[in-house]
Design a protein around this ligand. Sequence first.
Ligand code: IYR
Length: 222
Amino acid sequence: MPQPHMVPLSWTERPMEDMRAEGRALLADLQQRRTTRHFSTRPVPRDLIETAIQCAGTAPSGAHLQPWTWVAISNPDLKAKIRAAAEAEERRTYEERMPEAWREVLEPLGTDAVKPHLTDAPWVVVLFRQNRRTRSNGEEAPTYYAVESCGIAAGLFITAVHKMGLVTLTHTPSPMGFLRDLLQRPEHESAMLVLPVGYPAEGAQVPNLERKALDDIAVVFD
Ligand code: IYR
């Protein structure tokens, strides 16, 4: 059997009070993160988006296959095409495809088929999941846990955007097949999330939501 190539873990112990302080500071910061649908058109330099994508790329992934492709779009014509196609799908979703139980939970969020964030935000980032890979012998093979891997990576991307002082929105136009065509991605990649990134618009609003408390989301066996 070939042996895996191992290197020492880089890790330094921290004093317990630093561990608590770091955790609490991050929690306080993340509690401030909100998803808004109201973006300013103010430009954002490309390197900030690239850094957020690099942060996402640190995610653990199934068999370390890193089964993601991040497509970042600032080109206004392409953003307009994405918006037109997304709105066409979303109109059908909201008018015809969405069952009443789904409408019920979206109602307090105030979402609809009009998606100005896709043209207002200076960047639209589309996360594609790679469903298959090519082996070194040229054969096609699956990727593993690609949904989970991309979900974790998306979380890191959202955190990075927030920590840099920008806002993003996890938009899921459905179905998303049009993105593969518009962005010229291969058949083995599926669009998973559309993430407009930018500054919030002046007067940007968010729904008045509360987050579940620890006791409502965690079960501890001590
Ligand atoms: N994809 C639609 C509908 C939608 C669905 C869920 I679940 C949301 O949390 C928000 C919206 C849209 O993007 O409007």
